[in-house]
Each structure stands twice: as C-alpha cells, then as structure tokens.
Ligand binder design. Structure first.
Ligand SMILES: *[C@@H]1O[C@H](CO)[C@@H](O)[C@H](O)[C@H]1NC(C)=O
Ligand SMILES: *[C@@H]1O[C@H](CO)[C@@H](O)[C@H](O)[C@H]1NC(C)=O
Length: 205
C-alpha cells in the first residue's frame, strides 16, 4: 500500500503546481491589463508638485556621501573629472535637518565634464513616510552643479510613481564649507497614473 504521507505530498504537488501557475498567469495578465489600460486610456495622468530637501553631509560623523573611486586625471582636473561618489542622504520636508523625515535619496554621482563641474546622476528618492510612503522616484541626468537652478529629468518610479515622468529643479539651499554640510532644495514636477489597481496589485503579492 502506498505511504499515505507520500500520497498526500504527491496529491498536493499535483494540485498546487497548476494552481500556482494559474496564479502567476493571473497576476501576469493583471499586470498586462493594467499596462494596456494605462497606455491606451487618456486622461488618467495626474500632476503633482513635490517640494523636499536633501541633507547632503559630505564629511564628519554623520557623513552620507562617500567617495568610491577616482580616475588618474581627477587630482589635476579643474572639474574633478572621473571622481565617483555614492550617497544616501536624508530627505526632509523642510530645510532644517530635524524637520519631518520623508525618506532617503540614494544613488551614485560621477563628475563627467572635463571642463566644468557637472555630475552624471543616478538618484532614487525612496519615500518612507507621507502620502508616497513605499514609492520611489528615479531622477537621472546631467547636473551642472555650478548653475543656480539645475534641471534634471524624472525618468520613472515605482509604486504610485510607476511610469512617472517629469523633471526636478534643484538648487543649493545652504552650504557650510567648514562642515561640508549641504542642504539641497528640490522642486519636482511629476505626472503619474493614479490608478487604484496599482495598489491592488501590490497588495496581492
Ligand atoms: C549626528 O547625528 C546625531 C543623531 O541624529 C546627532 O545627535 C548629532 O548631533 C550629529 N552630529 C553632527 C556632528 O552633526
Ligand atoms: C510606511 O509604510 C510602511 C510599510 O507599509 C509602514 O510600516 C510604515 O509605518 C509607514 N511609515 C509611515 C511614517 O507612515
């Protein structure tokens, strides 16, 4: 006689494999339906302006920006060409470092201009509080840091900001050369699809 344990195991395998496949297929179909719907239905894009600050600590005990590498030219370059840094800055609602915490700004920056100081940015705003908690915004592009108001593209995001687009205007709100503490102000103009089915999908995982 067959071992009842093995029988139960085999039975549950036979049942559960098609089930989980069906579930995966169902989720994939739901993703596709959402995507098709979002791409073909007009008038669902929402526009929002986000205003936040990055606490950019380049030295000291609470440093959040670290050097990763430099090129042979970096030392003698007037524009730090080839220098690469990684950062994980606190994002706040106001300019003060103890103001309401909204999340983190995580990414890599590289000095990419041989003549003037300009950064190639890969910056991810990771919201951990407020109405966008759990969502991220992806900022990518060239940042001419000597310019007063810098424009950078918003190229996408996740969660609420899935398929977001737009731009940010960044400027240096404050910088203390002694402590190397910078406060960067960002105004982000973002359009995204505010569809509750996005959240249903996330809750479904
Ligand atoms: C570092 O962070 C801690 C905790 O937020 C704070 O108490 C301290 O004053 C900070 N130190 C400096 C030098 O900013
Ligand atoms: C942000 O979302 C996480 C996950 O849902 C939750 O645990 C946390 O309490 C939220 N934080 C705030 C400040 O709302």
């Amino acid at each position: 006689m067959a071992n009842p344990t093995i029988f139960v195991m085999l039975w549950s395998l036979m049942v559960s494999i098609p089930n989980s496949n069906a579930r995966k297929e169902g989720a994939a179909n739901e993703e596709l339906a959402w995507f098709q719907n979002i791409c073909t239905t007009t008038g669902k894009e929402k526009v929002v302006k986000l205003h936040f600050f990055l606490q950019d600590v380049q030295a000291g005990i609470n440093e959040t920006v670290f050097e990763v590498a430099r090129a042979s030219i970096s030392e003698n370059s007037p524009s730090n060409f080839g220098l690469v840094r990684v950062l994980d800055d606190l994002v706040t609602a106001g300019p003060e470092k103890d103001s309401e915490k909204l999340g983190r700004a995580q990414g890599t920056i590289a000095y990419i201009d041989l003549e003037t100081s300009a950064l190639g940015m890969n910056l991810n705003i990771v919201f951990t509080a407020g109405p966008y908690n759990g969502s991220t915004l992806c900022i990518l592009g060239r940042n001419p840091i000597t310019v007063d108001k810098r424009e950078l593209p918003v190229v996408g995001g996740t969660g609420i900001f899935r398929m977001a687009r737009g731009y940010v205007i960044g400027n240096t709100y404050a910088y203390d050369p002694y402590t190397e503490y910078g406060v960067l102000e960002y105004n982000a103009y973002v359009s995204y699809f505010d569809d509750s089915s996005i959240r249903t999908l996330q809750g479904d995982q």
